[in-house]
Design a protein around this ligand. Structure first.
Ligand SMILES: [Zn+2]
Length: 87
């Protein structure tokens, strides 16, 4: 079994548009982080109570800050860590 760990550090990118770091707010949908702009475009804030949106970020903070805080709270680190396990 091979276990490959990639640590991308404090890299933040929207899972929809790959940018969005400096936008405000954002949401988490499952394991996808969606930036403020994509949320505005798709109307996710209005869907706050729908089952699709797991967490709505603070719109007074940047998407970047929100994602880093979310990681710290959820995974105990601000780094983006990808673990690939193969057999
Ligand atoms: Zn986006």
């Amino acid at each position: 079994m091979n276990r490959e760990v990639n640590n991308y550090g404090e890299v933040v990118a929207c899972d929809f548009c790959n940018f969005g770091e400096e936008t405000y707010g954002g949401v988490m949908i499952g394991s996808y982080a969606v930036c403020g702009k994509c949320c505005d475009d798709r109307g996710y804030y209005k869907d706050e109570n729908s089952s699709d949106v797991d967490e709505v970020f603070d719109t007074s903070k940047t998407f970047r800050d929100n994602v880093l805080e979310y990681r710290e709270k959820t995974y105990g680190t601000r780094d983006a860590i990808q673990i690939i396990t193969s057999w």
